[in-house]
Design a protein around this ligand. Sequence first.
Ligand SMILES: *Cc1c(COP(=O)(O)O)cnc(C)c1O
Length: 320
Amino acid sequence: MNMLTAKHVEQAYERIHSYVHKTTILTSKTLNEVSGLEIFMKAENFQKSGSFKIRGALNFLLSMDERERERGVVTGSSGNHGQALAFAGKMLKIDVKVVVPQDASPAKVAAIQGYGAKLERFGTSSTERLRRAQEISEQEQRVFVPPFDHYWIMAGQGTVGLEILEELDEVDAILVPCGGCGLIAGISTYVKEKRPSVRIYGVEPDQSNSTYLSFKAGRRVELHNIQTIADGLRTASPGELTFPIVQRYVEDVLLVSEREIAQAVVFLLERCKILVEPSGAVTVAAAMFGKVPSKNKKVVAVLSGGNIDKQRLTEIFAMS
Ligand SMILES: *Cc1c(COP(=O)(O)O)cnc(C)c1O
């Protein structure tokens, strides 16, 4: 598989659908009023493991051969990918090791260990822990599972797009959070092949705007020392494999501020009664704060995850 097509996303869905939730699509009258749009929220915060990342992790593990599965897998992750891989490994009885940053959030660490995965703390940057995970892969003969830059991962994440089109006949645009761009690469590949009229927008924190900068520059731009409350989007740059897909299919990348993200998290709690982590709320922030071009009326906002610490939630209330 040296490119990604809608067919790969369909095959991924065949592999994983019996293991994951088909998450609900929510609407909010207040959000429609505030944004002037008709918003449909794809609630992956209710997904198993607390984020969409279980989709890519399962597709990866189910695509490996028997001998690879016996050797086990390893990854480096600040949270949701590690948590998802640990959960997927538990379901499929595959041994998982996760390298997390020294300052990883306690809730995510507890969840990874709760699913029975082995855990190692190393460094603070994504580059450091991915390098460490690759080292472990060689030393322990484990298969390295990248967080976004692999077609099996992208195909799994793309099943979010498949479920959206299955549910909604009329869609003008889909808003997708961007970290390493596995999610948006998968969704956009499926949606643009199946319904080319749908516009795909990436959304990023303005404090972690590597996809925005790369998209505008026409080449991958790398950032250092990223600070944002959206911890799932603190990626140094879009992937080598994901970025060309972003360039091909994505309409534009929208930016939101830290305060806008915090206000979206609080809005979703107060008005919609749902807990969405900052990385998952950037899409609603973009809609609430007028970032979505007005030619779009029916707009899907992907709520990518719901994993959040008590401490971070307190910070968010203070910021909003
Ligand atoms: C990983 C993650 C993202 C970003 O996904 P990429 O495939 O890295 O772009 C967005 N939201 C949440 C909650 C995540 O865990």
